[in-house]
Design a binder for this molecule. Structure first.
Ligand SMILES: [Zn+2]
Length: 474
């Protein structure tokens, strides 16, 4: 099989502190900090990404989270933040990676603007004021957006723009979604923004993430419904105005595979399976490696025509995060590679095994842990009770909160009682193997982090099983 690669290989932060290697245990999501620890976490991610051939890093929260000021430009004046951003942009440049501009399109960032300039505030379908969205039919909303785009390009060398228009809702007034429908309206917003960027800032890669353009749920055939009719036409039209349609697939994709070749832009996903890391969790309190599944999904999506991938990153001190990111990036450069061989290459690079046997046995540890957890996912529960396709995206903890999270991935809908028992057994077997070979690696600190993260999963499972009255002792 000939080498086959993804043309657009992007890492997704998704927010700056999601990649941080120390937790922010009391911080509401998304954490706004841009301090030394934030920078160190992102630079570590850039290191792993550069080794694995990623081209862009896309991360929200470089400047503001929800509160751009009315004049827009004063959001960029913070000297300390700019000093940290200088370091980040230099680090990325040195590693051959471009930053992507995070752009909430009419939502994400405009809460203060719609408070202080209420005329541009969007509406819900019943006419009530929208909590986050600007109205896309109001020209002044576009003035804010265009000013924001220009201000960011003026200040930083962005190589791409991430357009996202519906994560926090959209305007449903009679001139917006009230007229064109949800997908139709959002497609129009993105087309107009794409045209503006192409005209004013040619050369920047533009891509749309259609999160929230449709509800997640299963149709009668047991699948996530795909765009049809006017929605599908609106997306095909949008494809003339952007470079890449990033149909991430949080709980299933939105565009049918047979429509991919009809798009005039490239098509992308987020690689089929990814962890979302909040900032309040201890970085070594969970361990969910998926190198095998990453490889399998990337190959499958590529066969269907996907040529872009927005792959989630995370705190690289977590040994599963590092391996997931490192394996996925390498696979994106050649989806025909054997995932095990890629995993061993990653282990060779980061763990420095003393011999081939140690390298191979450590690969077994990662693959066994992957199977112990993901092999037990209760897919029937997800489909029959939740009426959803399996993730896509799964959050280890919660997005919103003000204290350290629970680890929510070890019970329903993910694992049932039998799954917990089998998962725990599988993880203990992986841990036993790891303890046997722990002296055979040059990077002892990495082995220690791996041992701790694996132990935490076993401990957490025992705690949950004990609390539920399930047998857990050996
Ligand atoms: Zn409107």
């Amino acid at each position: 099989m000939a080498k086959a690669s993804y043309d657009y290989r992007l890492g997704f932060g998704a927010w700056v502190n999601d990649m941080r290697n120390s937790a922010l245990p009391l911080e509401q999501w998304p954490a706004p900090q841009m301090d030394d620890e934030t920078v160190a976490g992102i630079v570590r991610a850039l290191d792993v990404m550069a080794d694995a051939g990623y081209q862009y890093l896309d991360t929200f929260g470089l400047y503001a989270t929800t509160q751009y000021p009315l004049d827009i430009v004063s959001a960029f004046d913070d000297r300390e933040r700019n000093r940290q951003l200088d370091r980040l942009f230099k680090a990325a440049e040195k590693r051959g990676i471009r930053f992507s501009m995070p752009l909430g399109l009419m939502t994400w960032g405009y809460d203060r603007i719609i408070e202080e300039d209420p005329e541009v505030r969007g509406k819900n379908a019943d006419g009530s004021p929208h909590p986050h969205a600007m109205c896309g039919a109001h020209e002044r909303s576009w003035e804010y957006i265009e000013k924001l785009i220009d201000a960011m390009f003026d200040r930083r060398d962005f190589g791409a723009v991430h357009l996202e228009s519906a994560d926090l809702g959209w305007c449903d007034c009679p001139k917006c979604a009230g007229q064109y429908g949800r997908a139709g309206y959002n497609a129009r917003l993105n087309a107009r923004a794409g045209d503006y960027i192409r005209q004013r800032h040619p050369g920047a890669l533009t891509y749309t993430c259609p999160i929230n353009w449709a509800n997640w749920g299963l149709n009668e055939q047991g699948e996530q419904p795909k765009f049809t009719g006017a929605d599908r036409e609106a997306v095909l039209e949008l494809s003339k105005h952007i470079d890449l349609f990033m149909d991430q697939g949080h709980r299933g994709r939105m565009l049918a595979w047979e429509d991919v070749p009809k798009m005039e832009c490239a098509y992308g996903t987020s690689g089929g399976l990814w962890t979302y890391h909040g900032a309040r969790l201890d970085r070594l309190s969970y361990f969910v490696p998926y190198p095998q599944r990453a490889a399998q999904f990337l190959r499958e999506h590529h066969e269907h025509g996907a040529r872009g991938c927005l792959y989630y990153q995370g705190p690289m001190d977590n040994p599963a995060v590092e391996v997931n990111s490192a394996v996925a990036g390498r696979m994106m450069q050649d989806v025909t590679r054997d995932p095990r061989e890629v995993l061993e290459e990653v282990i060779e690079t980061y763990y420095r095994p003393r011999n081939a046997d140690a390298r191979s046995r450590l690969a077994d540890v990662f693959l066994a842990a992957e199977e112990a957890y993901f092999g037990q996912w209760d897919i029937a529960y997800m489909k029959e009770v939740q009426k959803l396709e399996p993730p896509g995206e799964f959050c280890v903890g919660l997005l919103f909160g003000l204290s350290p999270d629970l680890i929510g991935i070890l019970w329903e809908p993910f694992l049932n009682a039998e799954g917990r028992m089998k998962c725990r057994k599988g993880l203990i077997a992986a841990l036993r193997q790891l303890v046997e070979i722990e002296a055979d690696f040059g990077d002892r600190a990495r082995i220690d982090r791996l041992t701790r993260a694996l132990m935490m999963m076993v401990q957490m499972l025992a705690t949950i099983m004990g609390a539920k009255g399930e047998p857990w002792t050996d």
